[in-house]
Write a protein of this length. Structure first.
Lengths: 114, 111
C-alpha cells in the first residue's frame, strides 16, 4: 500500500531533550516536506527536500533540523525542544516538486514539550 | 502576514444542500491552487486543484472556482453529505518550492 508513515504518533518530552520524528514513504517520491499544524494558524511548512541531499527552509524552520540521506526517509530533528514546539506535525511527499503534484500526507505526530 | 486566508473558521450546512468554502490570497504570482480535506486523527488528503489559467475545475460533487482579479478561490460541494464533515484547507503553490496553506474551515454537514 502506497503510504507515508511517521513515528512516533504521540510523544511527550521535556524541554531540551533531543528527539527525532521519522518519516518514510514507499512511493519513490522526490519531494518531501514537514509541516506543523497549530490552532488558528493552519499548516505551516517547516522544511522541504527536493531530492536526496537537497533540503531547504520553509516558513518556520527555527529550532528544527532535517536530513535526506535516502530518498524514502526524511527525519525531523529537534535538537533542544521547547514548549513552543508543542504541535501536530505532518510529513508529506509528492512525486516531484511542481505545482501539479499533489502531496500525500502521513497520519501526524502529536508532540508535547513540557 | 497571512498570504492565504480562510476567513470562516467553521460552516454548518444541511445534508443535500450546497457547501461553499472560501479562500483569499494576496500574491497574484501564485499559479496553482489546491484543496485538501482533513478528518480527525488523519493527515490531510488531496481533494481538487486548479491552475491559474483556468477559472473552474469539476470533479464529481466538488467544483473549485478561481477569480484571479479578486484573488479569491472557492470550493463548492453539491450535494453535501454527512461524510463531507471535515476540516478543509486551501493551499497555494508559491513557485519557490514551497506550499502555503490557509488556516482551515471546519465543515459540518447536518443529517
Amino acid at each position: 500500500e502506497a503510504q507515508v508513515t511517521q513515528n512516533p504518533r504521540y510523544l511527550i518530552t521535556v524541554t531540551g531533550k533531543k528527539l527525532t520524528v521519522t518519516c518514510s514513504q514507499n512511493m519513490n517520491h522526490e519531494y518531501m516536506s514537514w509541516y506543523r499544524q497549530d490552532p488558528g494558524l493552519g499548516l505551516r511548512q517547516i522544511y522541504y527536500s527536493m531530492n536526496v541531499e537537497v533540503t531547504d527552509k520553509g516558513d518556520v524552520p527555527e529550532g528544527y533540523k532535517v536530513s535526506r540521506k535516502e530518498k524514502r526517509n526524511f527525519p525531523l530533528i529537534l535538537e533542544s525542544p521547547s514548549p513552543n514546539q508543542t504541535s501536530l506535525y505532518f510529513c508529506a511527499s509528492s512525486l516531484k516538486w511542481g505545482s501539479y503534484n499533489e502531496q500525500f500526507f502521513g497520519p501526524g505526530t502529536r508532540l508535547t514539550v513540557l | 502576514d497571512q498570504q492565504v486566508k480562510q476567513n470562516s473558521p467553521s460552516l454548518s450546512v444541511q445534508e443535500g444542500r450546497i457547501s461553499i468554502l472560501n479562500c483569499d490570497y494576496t500574491n497574484s504570482m501564485f499559479d496553482y491552487f489546491l484543496w485538501y480535506k482533513k478528518y480527525p486523527a488523519e493527515g490531510p488528503t488531496f481533494l481538487i486543484s486548479i491552475s491559474s489559467i483556468k477559472d473552474k475545475n469539476e470533479d464529481g460533487r466538488f467544483t473549485v472556482f478561481l477569480n484571479k482579479s479578486a484573488k479569491h478561490l472557492s470550493l463548492h460541494i453539491v450535494p453535501s453529505q454527512p461524510g463531507d464533515s471535515a476540516v478543509y484547507f486551501c493551499a497555494v503553490s508559491s513557485g519557490t518550492y514551497k506550499y502555503i496553506f490557509g488556516t482551515g474551515t471546519r465543515l459540518k454537514v447536518l443529517a
